[in-house]
Design a protein around this ligand. Structure first.
Ligand SMILES: *[C@@H]1O[C@H](CO)[C@@H](O)[C@H](O)[C@H]1NC(C)=O
Ligand SMILES: *[C@@H]1O[C@H](CO)[C@@H](O)[C@H](O)[C@H]1NC(C)=O
Ligand SMILES: *[C@@H]1O[C@H](CO)[C@@H](O)[C@H](O)[C@H]1NC(C)=O
Ligand SMILES: *[C@@H]1O[C@H](CO)[C@@H](O)[C@H](O)[C@H]1NC(C)=O
Ligand SMILES: CC(=O)N[C@H]1CO[C@H](CO)[C@@H](O)[C@@H]1O
Length: 888
């Protein structure tokens, strides 16, 4: 026994061997003079003993292939480059073998076992068993047909139920496997019934043949909590005039005209007293045309906003869809507590997994609206209500973006009721490391879009949402974990939808996402990933974190007190040591360059004068870890933002970072300054809901499970939700000391007047953006030719950004005229805290006056801004926009 442990490395719980195509397996063991055998057992009887692997029904010798793995294989599986190839005999029955438990054993030249491992199958499945025909439930005049891709399954049966839960199946139907798919048909009157698949399959996580009860990967309806899939015909369940929605959608000439507002479905109405109680927190709240929230959205749309981006709205696992089971807070008690008390968070956390709130980044069934947002989670109601929501938002003058989460899934394994795909083809849909362990760099079970049927499922799902729910765009969570190839295929498929053929105009569907690069996909570890630096030229947008970090300060992993240009870096330091004065001044100047690039669309080829006076391209300016700051090939590939659902709200992060002595009025001005660079930039502007009304989560830095209490949006503008208690301890506890001081300071609580001013000033920014095409230039050339920055180089006054955008004059040589009102626009951003009015002499020869929207502003400091023949007078913490009008 001891000898065995010394020499024998084998472990069947790990899958270190890759079956890569019809003929080859791959393993990174030393293959010199050894022999290799593939062992297969239909009933999962394989065991390791001192003699190696025992219990196989079939043993096949593998021949060592001295060639490198073929290029085609390495393209699909780049992480196994350098592995040795093991060749199967020509007559091996691959379709039969993959239904068995498999293991490969290695013996040395003397025949003694030296290693043994389980086998990963995605490579061979993609090579031999991919499938392109219909999946899910399809309908003819008289029949419905069920199709499921489950090539490793030994058997699949359909369980049909009358009820959404409980009871025995009304029928059990055997599926046939033909042409790589299992199918069965039944009468059309099965529509409205519920179903599950019983899949008998070897499962690598238990090393057993398991009998799994699984939802359909192509589910289009569900019962509560996804207990069963629903046979639903999506050509039904439409609100009135649904088929005419295309013609009711608000105009969108091109993606440059977009402006996005990121909103969570519950946040929108859960605590809105103007919404009937039974509709609060639901899809249908968007159809309450006179509610406070809808009125707010309508005024944003009128100011120029074009898109509402909804946080996850597909079926996710973290909220119980049976509302009767929800626990609720005692609001009367909580509202009476001090602003810096620990009690609110205690009460919120006590019920956080049993309330109605979660962000929902934990997908279970991608292709069905979540039941917790519906008035009835059983049956087709959620489909009808989701469609009503899209229709209502469109009618408000806004398009709808879905937040899609294809990078991971909530569950895995044969028995978890939140596991779906891993029951149907175990080990295929979830990305595994070289030992066969599921990757979790996204904090959940990562999916593997590099595999054919995963890529297909993602694209099919997107097409379904676009055609059946008529949504107008998609935001991809952790897009860098998805292959660029999948993103490009999705984009092409979506954008080729046409009104005549598909009922929707795909050319208006926009795609963007989080292009961060980390985890197992880092540096193209599993193929070319959809990360910031891989996307130029793709016309897919990615979030620009550079401008955000320079404006607000720090990096997400740095100290929360690190300052940026608007929060006082160098100009008004807080208590955190951030280097000596020279250092801070240099960081301030560097940050300004990044903001300049952001204002110019973060284009890699945009040339400007940097803080040292050098003429440089955007891609030559580097981040602290040596990556190009600017990377886009076109302005619609960049999403500019300063706040999002993740991390603190804009107001809260400002509260943390500015120096203690800064007044509340000035803090509100900083909030506005930060939004202004987003709104007036050439890229696509993106705003977190409430950024326009000083929204606070009482300093919570991660509110994904902090309930309606910390996530409240108050569209009556009475409060901004500041000072509703210390935020939950688990995520914020280490900062409670600082937080207590802030939350307990009554002079820092915004009044309704502060909030109303913020709302009005924000809408002015949108109105200014949409007052001139000069803010929405379409090409790199136009931006280079028309956008200029002043007050740059080593002699620049710190904290002042001056941008001019030039138009031509009809009939004159030079630039074409594109704006019929303004000949030139000059934006002056003064981040300096000094009292009094700063004068900057620049840009002589223009007759500049305040933009008409700002001339009518309620903001006294904005109105005190002026320009007299190139001398700008700008009060502290103000963004002023000047124009030269064409006629007079
Ligand atoms: C993955 O799936 C398992 C089983 O369903 C679940 O318990 C786990 O929380 C998931 N997340 C991660 C990070 O693995
Ligand atoms: C991710 O998986 C590793 C094992 O591979 C485990 O140690 C770790 O706890 C997992 N992380 C999460 C967040 O579940
Ligand atoms: C929020 O912070 C995380 C780290 O905590 C960071 O990775 C991410 O970039 C930030 N997200 C946004 C949208 O700002
Ligand atoms: C409260 O905030 C004000 C800024 O408005 C500041 O001047 C004052 O020092 C703060 N008070 C305390 C006790 O921190
Ligand atoms: C092929 C490729 O470019 N892969 C990349 C994954 O993303 C990062 C950029 O964010 C690159 O460094 C890798 O090269």
């Amino acid at each position: 026994m001891l000898l065995f442990f010394v020499f024998f490395q084998g472990n069947l719980n790990l899958a270190r061997v890759f079956w890569v195509n019809k003929d080859l397996l791959a393993w990174n063991v030393d293959a010199q003079d050894g022999s290799f055998f593939l062992h297969a057992s239909q009933h999962a009887q394989l065991q390791l003993t001192g003699r190696g692997i025992e219990g196989a029904d079939t043993i096949i010798q593998l021949e060592v292939d001295t060639h490198d793995l073929p290029a085609e294989v390495l393209e699909r599986l780049p992480h196994i480059s350098g592995y040795h190839a093991l060749r199967l005999p020509r007559d091996a029955d691959c379709k039969k073998l993959i239904k068995c438990q498999l293991a490969v054993g290695a013996s040395n030249a003397y025949g003694a076992p030296i290693d043994a491992s389980g086998v990963q199958l995605p490579g061979v499945l993609d090579d031999v068993l991919r499938y392109d025909g219909p999946l899910g439930v399809t309908f003819s005049e008289t029949e419905c047909t069920f199709s499921i891709w489950a090539p490793t399954a030994q058997n699949v049966r359909l369980f049909l139920y009358t009820e959404p839960s409980g009871g025995e199946p009304e029928a059990v139907i055997q599926l046939d496997e033909k042409h790589n798919v299992w199918t069965a048909s039944g009468p059309k009157d099965w529509v409205g019934k519920y179903y599950l698949y019983e899949v008998t399959v070897f499962h690598p996580s238990t090393l057993q043949v398991e009998i799994c009860l699984a939802n359909d990967p192509y589910s289009r309806g569900l019962s509560a909590n996804g207990e069963r899939s629903l046979v639903i015909d999506l050509s039904d369940h439409n609100p009135e005039n649904w088929d005419r929605l295309s013609s009711e959608k608000p105009m969108l000439h091109c993606f440059n005209d977009m402006a996005i507002y990121e909103l969570h479905i519950r946040d929108f109405s859960a605590r809105d007293q103007t919404v009937p109680e039974n509709l609060r927190g639901t899809f249908l709240a968007f159809s309450e045309m006179e509610s406070a929230g809808v009125r707010h959205l309508r005024s944003l749309a009128e100011a120029g906003l074009t898109h509402v981006h909804l946080l996850p709205s597909f079926d996710f696992g973290s909220v119980n869809e049976v509302k009767e089971k929800w626990k609720t807070l005692d609001y009367d008690r909580l509202e009476g507590l001090p602003p810096d008390s620990e009690e609110q968070q205690e009460a919120v956390v006590a019920i956080q997994n049993e309330d109605g709130f979660n962000w929902g980044y934990d997908p279970v069934n991608w292709g069905v609206p979540d039941g917790s947002y519906s008035t009835d989670p059983n049956g087709p109601r959620r489909t009808f209500e989701f469609r009503s929501m899209v229709q209502s938002i469109n009618r408000l003058g806004l398009r709808v973006v879905l937040d899609v989460v294809y990078n991971h899934l909530h569950g895995n394994g044969p028995s978890d009721h939140l596991s779906v795909l891993d029951k149907v083809v175990p080990g295929y849909y979830l990305r595994r490391n070289k030992d066969g362990v599921i990757e979790n760099s996204t904090c959940m079970n990562n999916t593997a879009s590099e595999f054919y049927m995963v890529d297909r499922l993602i694209v099919d799902d997107l097409l379904m949402w676009a055609t059946q729910y008529k949504v107008d765009g998609f935001r991809f969570d952790l897009m860098g974990h998805i292959m660029k190839r999948t993103m490009m295929r999705a984009k092409t498929a979506l954008q080729s939808l046409t009104e005549e053929k598909d009922g929707v105009d795909g050319s208006k569907i926009y795609l963007y996402g989080e292009g961060w690069d980390f985890g197992e996909v880092y540096g193209n570890g599993r193929g070319v990933n959809a990360t910031q630096l891989n996307l130029p030229g793709s016309q897919i947008g990615s979030f620009n974190d550079r401008m955000r970090d320079s404006a607000i300060g720090g990096s997400p992993f740095g100290d929360p007190l690190e300052q940026g240009i608007f929060t006082g870096l160098s100009l008004q330091p807080n208590s955190l040591p951030q280097g000596d004065e020279e250092n801070m001044a240099k960081n301030l100047a560097r940050g300004k360059d990044r903001i300049i690039l952001g204002l110019a669309g973060n284009l890699r080829d945009y040339v400007f004068v940097d803080f040292e006076g050098r003429e440089v391209k955007g891609c030559e300016v580097l981040t602290h870890d040596g990556k190009p700051v600017a990377y886009a090939a076109s302005p619609t590939e960049i999403i500019n933002y300063v706040s999002a659902h993740d991390n603190e709200t804009l107001f809260d992060i400002i509260m943390m970072k500015v120096a203690e002595s800064v007044s509340l009025e000035d803090r509100c001005r900083v909030n506005h300054l930060a939004s202004s660079i987003v709104a007036l930039s050439q890229a696509i502007p993106f705003f977190h809901a409430g950024e326009d009304m000083l929204r606070s989560k009482s300093l919570d830095r991660d509110s994904y499970n902090s309930g309606d209490w910390f996530n409240r949006l108050d569209f009556s503008y009475e409060t901004n939700n500041w000072g509703v208690g210390l935020p939950p301890k688990s995520k914020n506890g280490e900062k409670w000391l600082i937080m207590r001081k802030l939350l307990g300071n009554e002079s820092l609580r915004p009044s309704k007047d502060h909030i109303l001013a913020a709302v009005a000033n924000f809408q002015d920014l949108l109105k200014i953006r949409f007052s001139s095409p000069l803010f929405r230039l379409k090409t790199v050339n136009a931006i280079q030719a028309r956008l200029q920055f002043h007050n740059t180089g080593p002699a620049a006054i710190p904290g002042i950004i001056v941008m001019s955008i030039h138009d031509g004059d009809e009939g004159e040589p030079g630039l074409l005229q594109i704006d019929s009102n303004f000949r030139i626009i000059v934006v002056v951003i003064n981040a300096r805290p000094d009292e009094g009015i700063l004068k900057v002499g620049l840009l002589r020869g223009f007759k500049l006056e305040l933009h008409p929207v700002q001339a009518a502003s309620q903001d006294e400091l904005v109105k005190a801004s002026s320009c007299d023949d190139g001398t700008f007078a700008i009060p502290k913490r103000t963004t002023a926009v000047f124009v030269e009008k064409r006629c007079c």
